[in-house]
Design a binder for this molecule. Structure first.
Ligand SMILES: [Zn+2]
Length: 200
């Protein structure tokens, strides 16, 4: 049981708390330090992961080749030496997420209190064994993107139109960029066009 002597209790911060919990901190206002039991405050060092062993363990388990479209595979840690094979998703050198299990709803995200962010490093260097991202130049035509929000899109309507993955708007494929779809629903020139195959 936490001692609360010396702490000013406000209705606003105690109303929803179970009686055996310490009162919630009052934000925006100085409050006296709470006097919890020493045992409750002390962290058990055995429960805290040792950063060095996490780094060594990850190098052992995730070092070497990292193939970007393998389901359920987490990117290696930044400290791990790895060689990326871009198979449709960007290398974690360029884009890295703070979460790799994404809460399905905004409510759930709020409940977990985890921040969902992306670290984007477009100028990151490749390492030996990786190729530099190819440069795609459409000249006058410009990059093939959503007219409305500039996001990337998915081919629909036998390759004649694109549907935006973000805002769902559809756009005609420019005549100069049109190509038929094969029996798998993929463009027949897919493997000749890096922008259709690679993440970066
Ligand atoms: Zn869009």
């Amino acid at each position: 049981m936490a001692k609360t002597s010396g702490h000013v209790l406000h209705h606003c911060c105690t109303a929803n708390l179970p009686s055996n919990q310490p009162p919630a901190p009052v934000t925006g206002k100085y409050q006296q330090p709470q006097q919890y039991d020493q045992a409750q405050r002390r962290l058990d060092p055995d429960q805290i992961p040792n950063p060095m062993s996490v780094i060594i363990e990850n190098q052992k388990n995730a070092g070497g080749a990292f193939i970007t479209n393998e389901q359920g595979l987490l990117p290696p840690l930044v400290t791990t030496k790895y060689v990326v094979e871009d198979q449709g998703n960007s290398s974690p050198r360029y884009v890295r997420s703070s979460l790799y299990c994404i809460p399905a709803t905004a409510d759930l995200l709020k409940t977990t209190a985890l921040s969902s962010t992306l670290a984007v490093s477009p100028m990151a260097r490749t390492v030996e064994g990786e190729y530099e991202p190819p440069i795609v130049n459409f000249g006058e035509l410009g990059a093939i993107r959503c007219n409305r929000c500039k996001a990337h899109m998915q081919l629909v309507d036998a390759g004649r139109r694109f549907q935006c993955l973000m805002c769902k708007v559809t756009t005609d494929v420019p005549t100069a960029y049109f190509q038929h779809l094969g029996h798998t629903g993929q463009r027949v020139d897919k493997y000749e066009r890096p922008e259709l195959v690679l993440g970066t």
